[in-house]
Design a protein around this ligand. Structure first.
Ligand code: PHE
Length: 452
């Protein structure tokens, strides 16, 4: 008989789970990564492939991941080996959890650095640093920041401490409390930002850029990037959603909660695009600037817009909140594992994981300046961490999760956890998990390495 609660605690309500999982999903991935990758890959066509991946791979895999977490009620490593044993399979399925922990370390370390940029921009904007900026000025503000390892280290450290402080307090008084305060605020700020972009930017140009598909600009690599972005933005394939699922009440409907989270995340990504592109295009700037997109173009756009000081500051506060509620979910699986297997207190476990990710983050931030000469496949450490996790490790984790749930668990176990009321929708989901998701992931991988 599977356990009904986790030793780490439980969300107080189903809404708390939705807020927490949405908090995990909505992050730098939506507001920083999605717009710049969509911008670099031609906009509309990329967005369409991304939406396809969300619906056909992301949603079914999210349901599978929550199902596993709730059934196992432990950290992903222990959940996977326990469930494998329950099904009479080899415990090496615990590997899914280990891949996730590795991915989590890599993600958190660069994530915290980029969140640090956002923190720094809150202060730059709030102290009037965007005022009277021209395009050279905005570029050099960004590149000066990247060139200054000490400043990057300071912001990275602050963000890591913020994250650890929430996680150390536990599921209800840490994670749940943070998301219940931050998520509604984030949503309100985003609505205000879209309104601002409508009034001050070129809204229709932004809309067209995001929604008008030009498939001629879509490469095989762009399809891989779209799939990677779908995994990254939904926090899938590394155990973050699995551990959040392990704190979910047995009665809650996995299908409905997943749909709510996926819907909210997608809405936020589109809204972020609608807040950013009208401003960028309205100011005559290019959408294809890469990782610096929001950090270079938005300050410039805010610099000569009415209310720019306030809206600019609000935008970067929003970004920090979004990153914060994601970062806590990135370290939770590893923290839970240390508590379970090493008998550490939550505070100690959190400290160790945060310190390890902080150290790794130093390598990421040095790659922007002191180590900028060292690259692999044209990428420095930070870019490499981002590329490898989003485009390889997370889809790989998602692939294994789909195989486990679709092919290795008995359908009886699957059904007893999922308990979907609508038989047709259940069949659709099962088909997506067994066939569509794994085949699509494999196909995109193979295409990207040009094997077929
Ligand atoms: N989903 C988060 C974002 O979009 C990032 C994340 C990835 C969080 C993986 C948890 C796990 O920013």
């Amino acid at each position: 008989m599977p356990a009904t609660t986790s030793i780490h605690g439980q969300w107080t309500t189903r809404l708390a789970f939705i807020l927490a999982a949405t908090g995990s999903a909505v992050g730098l991935g939506n507001i920083w990564r999605f717009p710049y990758i969509a911008g670099e890959n031609g906009g509309g066509a990329f967005v369409l492939v991304y939406l396809g991946c969300i619906l056909l791979i992301g949603l079914p895999v999210m349901m599978a991941e929550i199902l596993l977490g709730r059934r196992g009620r432990q950290s992903p490593i222990n959940t996977m080996s326990a469930l494998a044993r329950e099904e009479g399979l080899t415990r090496s399925w615990g590997m899914i959890g280990w891949i996730g922990v590795l991915a989590g370390f890599l993600i958190l370390s660069f994530y915290s650095v980029v969140a640090g940029w956002s923190l720094s921009y809150v202060f730059k904007s709030g102290t009037g640093g965007f005022m009277g900026l021209d395009s050279d000025g905005s570029e050099s503000m960004f590149s000066n920041m990247l060139a200054d390892p000490e400043a990057l280290l300071a912001w990275h450290t602050i963000f890591m401490v913020m994250t650890a402080m929430v996680v150390a307090r536990g599921v209800q008084s840490g994670l749940e409390k943070a998301v219940t305060i931050l998520m509604p605020l984030l949503f309100v700020m985003l609505v205000v930002m879209v309104g601002y972009a409508m009034v001050q930017g070129q809204f229709l140009a932004g809309l067209q850029f995001l929604l008008y598909p030009d498939f001629s600009s879509l490469s095989a690599n762009a399809v891989l990037l779209a799939m990677g972005q779908a995994f990254f933005t939904l926090s899938l394939g590394m155990g973050a959603i699995m551990i959040y699922g392990s704190y979910l009440q047995s009665e809650a409907s996995i299908a409905r909660t997943s749909a709510a989270v996926v819907g909210a995340d997608t809405l936020v990504a589109i809204m972020a695009g609608l807040a950013i592109f009208p401003i960028v295009l309205g100011a005559g700037l290019s959408a294809e600037q890469g990782p610096g997109l929001i950090f270079v173009s938005l300050p410039l756009a805010f610099s000569d817009m009415p209310g720019g000081l306030y809206f600019g500051t609000m935008f970067f506060v929003l970004l920090v909140f979004a990153a914060w509620t994601s970062a806590i979910s990135i370290i939770e699986p590893a923290v839970a594992f240390l508590v379970e297997n090493m008998g550490l207190s939550r505070v100690m476990a959190t400290s160790w994981i945060a310190i390890a990710a902080w150290l790794l983050g130093i390598a990421a931030l040095l790659s922007l300046n002191v180590w900028s000469g060292y690259t692999l496949f044209d990428m420095g450490v930070l870019d490499l961490m981002d590329y490898v996790t989003a485009n390889i490790l997370l889809p790989l984790g998602g692939f294994l999760i789909a195989i486990f749930v679709g092919w290795r668990m008995t359908e009886r176990s699957v059904q007893s956890e999922l308990r979907m009321k609508n038989p047709v929708l259940y069949q659709v989901w099962y088909f997506l998990v067994r066939f569509v998701a794994p085949v699509a992931i494999l196909f995109v991988f193979l295409r990207a390495v040009e094997l077929i």
